[in-house]
Design a protein around this ligand. Structure first.
Ligand code: VNL
Length: 392
């Protein structure tokens, strides 16, 4: 005989079984963020983390019924560690997405891991064009050096700059910057007087800058990775290049908003091309800078931070599109073709190349209210990575 007491007990059991089971709406999607938080490129890691966390502060930590968990890991800028950490995050933590990768060799190190796990890796920082060709699971929220360097070259030829010395870090993004600046600049009638490549680690610019001064070009075109610009700017001033009338043109990595304010007078007047400036004038950027500074009062958001911010947007928007399906193939497919308004301006993900299509702004370093900023004065709209466009 079934008694009333037995029924109540059964109902209680069922209720507790339900309470114990993870309800669908509470499921967690883990995002593994691997960046250098220590070592010479720690500023990149700090900025990417701050951008990603600011996105979550502004948009909450649930999307499509899933709770988003960000797991931050420091690879100290060493490719072996990037690969090992990526493996651990996949196998032990069960992440659905990887993101980060402060430098090109670090991004390249995870290609075999994401290919095997079949999960997306969102590149927030590294900017050598060819990285995304090494796996179908890469998608980029940063930029590529050809994308930034070509507009700088176009602008130079239209502004009476005829003879240029190029100076770049001697690795992937530097070679990309040199190649694509030169291609555009010479196609439009400019002349490259000399091409200088400096070591990535501990560069001493002084001897090279002396050579540049002797060559007496109209301008020097420079690419150096984020963080290295301060030392360059000091030696540029010390060697009297600006006084000799040699103009500084560069990709925005050199006048990085993170360090620009400390560069002082020598940076004034530098002309750069890039996709993000703290000073970008839009409601979206105003809201971003405000939220960022509320959480990180001692920092200024730079282009690395916006790579972190938009990486999180990619995760959120892809999950919304898949209705919460966080399997790798569903996510990477959903990311292709997404478009949105970033703090940097209008952007989209090229479905063919998984590269970000974005405006490249020409900027001049100016003093505004006692601080140095990259002030935008011209826009090249919806620039694709030229290294992957067949008509180039
Ligand atoms: C890279 C490109 C790194 C641009 C950067 O800063 C940068 C890279 C650390 O691809 O290694 O500003």
């Amino acid at each position: 005989m079934i008694t009333r007491r037995m029924l109540i007990a059964a109902a209680g059991l069922a209720a507790s079984a339900l309470a114990g089971a993870p309800t669908f709406a509470q499921e967690t999607v883990k995002v593994g963020l691997i960046v250098p938080m220590t070592g010479p490129f720690a500023s990149t890691g700090r900025q990417v983390e701050a951008g990603a966390r600011t996105y979550m502060a502004m948009h909450g930590d649930t999307v499509a019924g899933k709770k988003i968990e960000l797991i931050l890991r420091d690879d100290a800028g060493t490719a072996d560690q990037t690969r090992r950490i990526a493996q651990e995050l996949v196998v032990n933590d069960g992440v659905s997405v990887l993101a980060g990768f402060g430098l090109t060799p670090l991004a390249l190190a995870v290609a075999p891991v994401i290919g095997q796990a079949k999960i997306p890796a969102i590149i927030t920082s590294a900017a050598t064009s060819s990285i995304t060709e090494q796996s179908d699971y890469y998608v980029r929220s940063s930029f590529t050096l050809p994308q930034a360097a070509v507009p700088v070259a176009t602008w130079a030829t239209e502004n009476d700059i005829k003879r240029v010395v190029t100076l770049v870090s001697d690795y992937g993004p530097g070679i990309d910057a040199e190649t694509w600046f030169t291609k555009e600049f010479t196609a439009k009638g400019g002349e490259i007087v000399e091409a200088v490549r400096v070591p990535l680690q501990n560069p001493d610019f002084a001897p090279y800058l002396q050579r540049v001064r002797d060559a007496d070009p109209d301008a020097i075109f420079v690419f150096l990775p984020s963080g290295v610009g301060s030392l360059f700017m000091k030696q540029f001033a010390d060697r009297g290049l600006a006084d000799a009338g040699i103009k500084l043109i560069a990709t925005g990595d050199v006048t990085d908003d993170d360090i620009l304010n400390d560069m002082g007078k020598p940076a004034l007047g530098a002309i750069t091309g890039q996709h993000y400036s703290t000073a970008h004038d839009s409601p979206e950027n105003k809201a971003y800078v405000e939220a960022y500074k509320a959480a990180y009062p001692d920092m200024r958001p730079n282009f690395m931070s916006v790579g972190g911010y938009d990486a999180m947007h990619l995760v959120y928007a892809a999950l919304e599109k898949t209705g919460g399906d966080a399997t790798g193939d569903a996510l990477i497919e959903a990311m292709k073709g997404l478009s949105w308004t970033s703090p940097r301006g209008p952007v989209s993900i090229d479905p063919e190349t998984r590269e970000i299509i974005q405006n490249i702004y020409m900027r001049e370093v100016k003093e505004v209210d006692g601080e140095l900023y990259n002030v935008e004065f011209a826009t090249y709209e919806a620039v694709k990575d030229p290294a992957k466009t067949s008509d180039q």
